[in-house]
Write a protein that binds this ligand. Structure first.
Ligand code: SF4
Length: 473
């Protein structure tokens, strides 16, 4: 039994990818810590990084090289001012020098010291090896980015069992059935059971502070996306659409910050078609920010970061104008727990399971969380999560040009709408009539992931990635 906190599932970071950006960034940080722990940091003469498998095949489009350099420089993805990233990278490129952990200037040519190797390491498709020259000898250290910003060090045979700390939660949960049992035994909703677990590792005051910070980041991300015009970087010439949608949808109430924006939308008459447009607009906004290396919350990945904020925003601006922090808290706690059930029983890595592991999981997380806020029972929460995943099974990952733009950005809008639909279906479902429980769909997703051709696992070697020519974009 393993502990995965809600704060492991919802992490503040920088786009565009949790496995290809946040993971390698964290791996570089961990390597520096390793060098310091071995007392070799001060002896490093030069450094070199090899990227393997999916990290290599879609690494350029996913800014993996940038992430590695930023991690090696000692920048923190949670706090770095994202507007400084281009300058940091261009300084390294123009001087061929990298200041390791912001302490030691070393020769570093990104063109030759970060190598994109097409071959796959045996353990996981997102492998990377950091090499330091110390006393004339090469010392290597291997890391794997296994999705959602999680990084593992050692090569082991069971990828799902080797990274979390042993569980000390009072209510340890691997499966939906176990979660339901605790809810029934304790007479508590899912959010409360999850909260009790979180309280075993931090004070409730701190939990509230962190959840508020996560929501503030999500809200700001939607706000920035809805108020930024132009094309996205990367060469596909993808036009940002959230700006136009927000302009077309917004009413007459003026606003000048994210909170006023919420009140302004609440004051606007919203008809059925506009509801769908608003939800899509929120989701597009997040993933446009993500695609431009902006700050997002990994939920459970960066590529799928738009689903959860947009569904929560839907609740706050459409469903319940009195919605407050208590609702936000419940939503994020439930979403995090559902994500961890998928992580433990299957995967949240597109390199392991395609887009069902990203958009499918985020949609399931959002569907379950919305269901609790709409008054659903714990059984109905899990039914909603199951429905949302059931209709994402087999979804492939085939980003054009290796960029997290097409189909990724629109896919978040689709995942959000499906989440709302799944919640509504679940609320009208009698649990006695359920044929496919959540645990069954988790197991099915994992089997589907294992059967999926590697062309569709974040390699850009199949699907839209080869069916659409970048030059035509
Ligand atoms: S297609 Fe899906 S899984 Fe692949 S990069 Fe895009 S959002 Fe992520």
């Amino acid at each position: 039994m393993e502990c995965i906190s809600v704060f492991d599932m919802l992490k503040i970071g920088v786009g565009p990818s949790s496995s290809h950006t946040l993971g390698p960034w964290r791996a570089a940080e961990r390597w520096i810590k390793e060098l310091k722990a071995n007392n070799t940091f001060d002896k490093v003469e030069s450094i070199h990084v090899d990227l393997y498998g999916s990290l290599s095949l879609t690494g350029k489009g996913h800014a993996t090289d940038y992430a590695v350099m930023l991690g090696l420089c000692g920048s923190d993805p949670e706090t770095i001012p994202t507007e400084t990233i281009p300058t940091i990278i261009s300084n390294i490129k123009s001087t061929n020098t990298l200041v390791l952990n912001n302490e030691r200037a070393l020769p570093f040519n990104p063109e030759t010291d970060i190598v994109f190797n097409r071959k796959f390491l045996p353990f996981h498709s997102n492998g990377m090896i950091f090499t330091a020259l110390i006393d004339g000898k090469k010392k290597k250290s291997t890391f794997y980015s296994i999705g959602g910003g999680f990084v593992v060090k050692e090569e082991r045979t069971n990828h799902k069992r080797n990274f979390e700390i042993k569980c000390s939660f009072p209510y340890p949960i691997d499966k939906g059935t176990e979660l339901l049992q605790f809810c029934n035994d304790l007479g508590l909703p899912i959010s409360q059971v999850v909260l009790e677990n979180e309280k075993s590792i931090r004070e409730e005051e701190e939990i509230d502070k962190e959840l508020q910070r996560i929501w503030d980041t999500m809200l700001e991300c939607m706000y920035i996306g809805c108020h930024t015009e132009g094309n996205l970087p990367g060469g596909l010439n993808v036009r940002r659409r959230a700006y136009d949608m927000n302009q077309n949808l917004k009413g007459n109430t003026p606003y000048s910050n994210p909170v006023e924006w919420i009140y302004s939308i609440r004051n606007t008459e919203v008809k059925f078609r506009q509801i769908i447009k608003w939800v899509s607009c929120f989701a597009l906004a997040v993933n446009e920010v993500n695609a431009s290396l902006g700050r997002v919350v990994t939920a459970p990945t960066n590529g799928s970061a738009g689903v959860i904020p947009s569904v929560l925003m839907y609740y706050l601006v459409i469903e319940n104008h009195d919605g407050n922090f208590e609702d936000i808290k419940k939503f994020l706690l439930v979403a995090g727990e559902i994500g961890s059930i998928f992580k433990k029983g299957a995967t949240i890595s597109a390199a392991m399971g395609g887009c069902q592991a990203e958009i499918g999981v985020s949609s399931a997380m959002a569907a379950g969380a919305l269901t609790e806020l709409l008054g659903g029972t714990p059984e109905q929460v899990l039914i909603a999560a199951e429905i949302a995943m059931e209709h994402h099974l087999g979804l492939t990952c085939d980003p054009i040009g290796g960029l997290v733009q097409i189909p990724c950005i629109e896919r978040n809008a689709m995942g959000a709408i499906k989440a709302i639909n799944a919640a509504e279906l679940a609320l009208d479902t009698d649990p006695k009539n359920v044929k496919v429980p959540l645990d069954k769909v988790v197991a099915t997703m994992w089997e589907t992931a294992k059967d999926m051709n590697s062309k569709y696992k974040e390699t850009s070697e199949g699907g839209l990635a080869v069916g659409v020519n970048m030059a035509d974009c």
